[in-house]
Design a protein. Structure first.
Length: 141
């Protein structure tokens, strides 16, 4: 495998299931077993009611583009990607997730707010893939 120059996250006990999911090509979220609140990022307690009775599930991997900024001054490891969108996607299950947009021009004309998007997974290393989003099939560009 080629060396990945971009910084990668370091899974913790709280995030291990999420990163295991990305390696399997799944976007996993957590849900409170008491109040049914679905949330991201992963943590060992519900941010709504503080219950520690939480479980993980495979999310749809679909959502809509909620917000973004186009970065023209790349951070180290991202020099070949500029310009690139740093985006917030609102998942169909409710939580919002910071991510990157791929498979679409990185321009305001192409990155239409509320555009349907779908998760894709960029290879990271032997332990995880990086979730990113692309326009969903049939989305206006």
């Amino acid at each position: 495998m080629a060396e990945h120059r971009k910084p990668l996250p370091h899974p913790t006990p709280e995030t291990k299931d999420f990163w295991d999911g990305t390696k399997a090509g799944e976007l996993r979220l957590q849900r409170c077993n008491d109040c049914t609140h679905t949330y991201f990022p992963p943590r060992p307690f519900c941010p709504e009611c503080a219950s520690r009775s939480v479980s993980s599930f495979k999310a749809s991997g679909r959502g809509k583009l909620y917000s973004y900024v186009i970065n023209h001054r790349p951070a180290p490891g991202f020099e070949h990607d500029a310009p690139y969108a740093i985006a917030v996607v609102e998942l169909d299950e409710g939580p919002r997730m910071m991510t990157s947009m791929v498979g679409v021009e990185q321009t305001p004309e192409a990155l239409v707010l509320d555009m349907p998007v779908a998760a894709v997974f960029e290879p990271g290393n032997e332990h995880l893939n990086v979730p990113k989003f692309r326009p969903a099939a049939g989305a206006a560009r």
